[in-house]
Design a binder for this molecule. Structure first.
Ligand code: ZN
Length: 243
């Protein structure tokens, strides 16, 4: 595999929730090589920011050649609609799961109308070893869902693994406990181990980038999330920074 490819964060994943529910903030990354690819697309609440982040880089949504969907949970795939014309890389197993089997598993997070989301798209089979572009290859990492796909990019900093929800956060790694393993925890653990064994920089689905070495996990960035709350009707919003 040649390269290198640049891997750039557009939206930060967040390993938290509120008492009224899950934020749905997943990592969204840009892969810049011989082609331009997006790894996941975020949730509805990310829409404006996703477009702003692209615009900051002078990238029009139509400039993106392809979108890799790690899986079909709403918080990773729903903004595909904002990226017109891009080829979509998706596991066929995931699509099959999303068309009905997910309900039997009690997986309420799969996007409701997968075929509508994908209507008119050129779909490209995403499976073990698929070469996305020079320097980016896919891994099958099932467990969270049956068709979870991770991407390994050869970058100037070494291999970077975009794990999707095969690893959601650092806690799952340190406790060897992948949560929400709809296919079973043994398979989810196996996929997590495969990702960690690459020895690369890991971008989990909902947390900071990290490296995992000798049983220890080192984050490479801060969360740096600022929550703005309009507590005072006459003043500016109060800001809470989560480091
Ligand atoms: Zn998920």
């Amino acid at each position: 595999m040649a390269g290198p490819v640049e891997v750039e964060k557009l939206l930060s994943g967040f390993p938290g929730r509120a008492d009224r529910g899950f934020f749905g903030w997943s990592n969204v990354y840009l892969l810049k090589g011989e082609r331009l690819a997006l790894f996941d697309t975020g949730f509805y609440t990310d829409r404006a920011e996703l477009l702003i982040e692209l615009e900051k880089r002078s990238i029009a949504p139509g400039d993106i050649d392809m979108v890799i969907l790690s899986h079909l949970h709403y918080d990773h795939c729903i903004n595909l609609a904002l990226i017109p014309g891009a080829e979509v890389l998706l596991s066929p197993r995931e699509l099959e799961y999303a068309r009905g089997e997910c309900r039997e598993k009690g997986d309420i997070y799969i996007v409701d109308y997968p075929d509508s989301l994908l209507a008119g798209r050129t779909l490209r089979l995403a499976e073990e070893g698929t070469l996305v572009m020079d320097g980016v290859v896919l891994m099958e990492t099932p467990g969270h869902t049956p068709g979870c796909i991770s991407a390994v990019a050869e970058t100037p900093d070494g291999p970077v693994v975009l794990a999707g929800d095969a690893i959601k956060n650092g806690w799952e790694v340190m406790n060897n406990t992948p949560t929400m393993a709809f296919v079973g925890i043994d398979m989810a653990r196996k996929s997590m181990k495969r990702i960690l064994d690459t020895g690369g920089i890991i971008i989990p689905g909902h947390d900071r980038a990290f490296v995992y070495r000798n049983g220890g996990l080192e984050y490479l960035e801060e969360l740096g999330v600022v929550l703005e709350v309009r507590e005072d009707p006459s003043g500016p919003p109060k800001k809470y920074r989560i480091p």
